[in-house]
Design a protein. Structure first.
Length: 200
């Protein structure tokens, strides 16, 4: 009788543990489904981070300087216009610019967005100075009014990897300072392109 009683208590304990395990498993699955749904839903939403991109919208006059040769103290200069539009329901900025520099007409196209998965701003840019595009990821510091992107690309002369940063510095609603800098081996940056955008 004692032996049977012990076995009976063991059976009840095992049944309780099994029930507890199933309850926890069901709860975890339900939670996973909820999280999955909220994540999928979030991927379709226009977030405050996307709304910050609306600052780029509009028509701009552009003055640009190219520092292609670091030995030359005088940069090559150019000027033109940029037309930035909010596209895909507020999720991206499409920027199309036309500049005249060193005797050439240069068209460029860029897309700026915010990747919810990475929690990073994105930049995809191409122009007529090359047959390749650059891709960069970054952050926005609202207190400073700055978008800072970082990325890397292959140097088309040396074929080596070149890291860079791109900065959009909003000096009020109608002026943007823009710069592209190359990272040097000593950890400092060398200016490559500087530009100033003024709203029309």
């Amino acid at each position: 009788m004692v032996y049977f009683g012990i076995e009976k208590r063991k059976f009840r304990k095992m049944r309780y543990l099994k029930f507890l395990f199933l309850a926890l498993l069901f709860s975890a699955l339900a939670s996973a489904q909820t999280n999955k749904w909220s994540t999928l839903e979030e991927l379709t939403l226009v977030l405050p981070e996307h709304e910050a991109l609306a600052q780029f919208e509009g028509e701009w006059e552009v003055n640009i300087q190219f520092h292609f040769d670091e030995k030359e103290k005088q940069p090559l200069k150019g000027a033109g216009t940029a037309d930035n539009k909010v596209v895909l329901g507020g999720r991206f900025i499409e920027s199309r610019s036309q500049n005249i520099a060193f005797g050439m007409s240069i068209t460029s196209i860029a897309y700026l967005g915010f990747d919810v998965r990475l929690q990073k701003y994105t930049l995809y840019s191409m122009d007529e100075l090359g047959n390749f595009a650059i891709n960069a990821y970054g952050d926005y510091k609202k207190s400073d009014g700055k978008f800072l992107f970082e990325g890397s690309t292959m140097d088309y002369v040396t074929r080596e990897n070149q890291e860079f940063r791109i900065i959009y510095d909003f000096e009020g609603e109608d002026k943007i300072k823009y710069e592209v800098d190359f990272l040097l081996p000593d950890g400092t940056y060398r200016p490559y392109i500087n530009a100033e955008f003024k709203r029309k």
